[in-house]
Design a protein around this ligand. Structure first.
Ligand SMILES: O=C(O)CCC(=O)C(=O)O
Ligand SMILES: [Fe+2]
Length: 345
C-alpha cells in the first residue's frame, strides 16, 4: 500500500514553545495556514502517547459492549446533551449521520432553571460515565485537560498571528471554556444506511482538535471548492478553526466545510473530536485586524438555514437542539418552539 498523499500543511507545535525565533516562524506559518487552509496537522503537541493509547483502547472497549449496556448512558437521559448516541441518531442538516458516539463536556452540576434563565443554562451539568468501563472517566478527564491546554495555547498563537496581544481571546474563554469531547465510532458501509459518516458542516466553536485512529474518511473542502482527503498522520492532531473564529475575524480565518465518508464494509473507523468553545455567556467581538490583514478579510457567508449568532450560548444551544432532536423533544420542547420561530423551516 502506498502512503496516502497529505495535502494539508503540517505545523510543529514544539516551535511555538521554543526560542523567540522559532515562535515567530510558527506564528508566520500559522497566519498563512489560517487564511488559506483553515485545516492543518499539528505535530510536536506533547500529549503523552500512553494517554492517547489509553483513550483509544478504553473507547474501543466501550463501543464493543452490548447495545443494552451502551444505552444505559444514552444521551436522551441527559437534558445537558451528554452521553451515548446510536448510529443514525444524530443529524447534520436533517440527514442521519452513521456514527455512534459518546459526548462529554465540562464536568459540572446542573443549574437551577427559572423562567428568566437563558436556554443555554440547561447545557451545564454532569456527564454520564459508563459503569462497564470505569477507567474511561479518569482517562477522558485527563485527555480533556491536555487538549484544552493545547487549544488555549493555539488561541494565543492565533491571536499573535492576527497581530493581536496573545491574550486577545481570553475574555471569551476565561475562566471556563466549553470542552466538548466526542468519542466516535463509524461502522462500515454494511451497517451504515448511506455513505454519510457525518454530513458536510463547519464546526461551531473556536478550535477543534481531532485525533484520528488508523482509518481515513475525513474530507475537507478547500477555498476553491475542491474536496481533499485528510487521512490520519501518526503522532499528529488535525486542527481546524470553527465558526466563532470566522466571526471574530470577519472571515480572514477560514472555518472549512468538512465531512466523513463511512468506511468500507466490515471496516470501522474511530476518531476523537475535541471542540474548544467560548463561555456560553460570551459574545464574540470582531477583532481590529491590522491594515494588511484587513484587506484579506473575506466577510461572512450567511446561510439563512443556519444563522450564526455572536451570542455563544444561543449558537451552541441551537446546534445541540438540531443535532439531537430526540433529546430536544424529551427535555426542551419549549425551546424547540422558540427555535422554529427564529429559523423558519
Ligand atoms: O470524525 C472525524 O474525523 C471528524 C468529525 C467531525 O467533523 C465532527 O464531529 O465535527
Ligand atoms: Fe466537524
Amino acid at each position: 500500500m502506498t502512503a496516502p498523499h497529505i495535502a494539508l500543511p503540517i505545523l510543529d507545535f514544539s516551535l511555538f514553545r521554543g526560542t523567540a525565533e522559532d515562535r515567530a516562524a510558527f506564528v508566520d506559518d500559522l497566519r498563512r495556514v489560517l487564511h488559506d487552509d483553515g485545516f492543518f496537522y499539528l505535530s510536536g503537541h506533547g500529549v503523552p502517547k500512553d494517554l492517547i493509547a489509553a483513550l483509544v483502547a478504553a473507547s474501543k472497549r466501550f463501543f464493543a459492549l452490548p447495545l443494552a449496556e451502551k444505552l444505559k448512558i444514552e444521551m436522551v437521559k441527559s437534558p445537558h446533551f451528554r452521553g451515548y448516541n446510536r448510529a443514525g441518531f444524530e443529524r447534520t442538516r436533517g440527514a442521519q449521520d452513521w456514527r455512534e458516539q459518546i459526548d462529554f463536556n465540562t464536568e459540572g452540576t446542573a443549574r437551577t432553571i427559572g423562567p428568566d434563565s437563558p436556554g443555554w443554562a440547561r447545557l451545564f451539568g454532569p456527564n454520564q460515565w459508563p459503569e462497564a468501563v470505569p477507567e474511561l472517566k479518569e482517562i477522558v478527564l485527563s485527555y480533556q485537560a491536555q487538549v484544552t491546554a493545547i487549544g488555549i495555547d493555539l488561541l494565543k498563537a492565533i491571536a499573535l498571528a492576527l497581530g493581536q496581544p496573545e491574550d486577545a481571546f481570553a475574555p471569551v474563554y476565561e475562566p471556563q471554556p466549553t470542552q466538548l469531547l466526542k468519542l466516535i465510532r463509524y461502522p462500515g458501509r454494511d451497517v451504515a444506511q448511506s455513505d454519510q459518516g457525518v454530513g458536510a458542516h463547519k464546526d461551531g466553536g473556536l478550535i477543534t482538535i481531532l485525533l484520528q485512529d488508523e482509518v481515513p474518511g475525513l474530507r475537507v473542502q478547500t477555498v476553491d471548492g475542491r474536496w481533499i482527503d485528510a487521512p490520519p498522520v501518526p503522532g499528529t492532531f488535525v486542527i481546524n478553526t470553527g465558526e466563532l473564529l470566522e466571526l471574530a475575524t470577519n472571515g480572514f480565518v477560514r472555518a472549512d466545510v468538512h465531512d466523513v465518508i463511512a468506511p468500507p464494509p466490515g471496516v470501522e473507523r474511530f476518531s476523537f473530536a475535541f471542540f474548544l468553545g467560548a463561555r456560553y455567556d460570551a459574545t464574540i467581538p470582531v477583532l481590529p485586524l491590522p491594515e494588511d490583514l484587513r484587506g484579506l478579510e473575506r466577510g461572512l457567508s450567511v446561510d439563512p438555514l443556519n444563522p450564526l449568532f455572536r451570542e455563544v450560548g444561543q449558537n451552541h444551544l441551537k446546534s445541540r437542539l438540531r443535532s439531537h432532536p430526540d433529546v430536544a423533544q424529551a427535555h426542551h420542547a419549549d425551546l424547540l418552539a422558540e427555535l422554529a420561530e427564529a429559523v423558519p423551516a
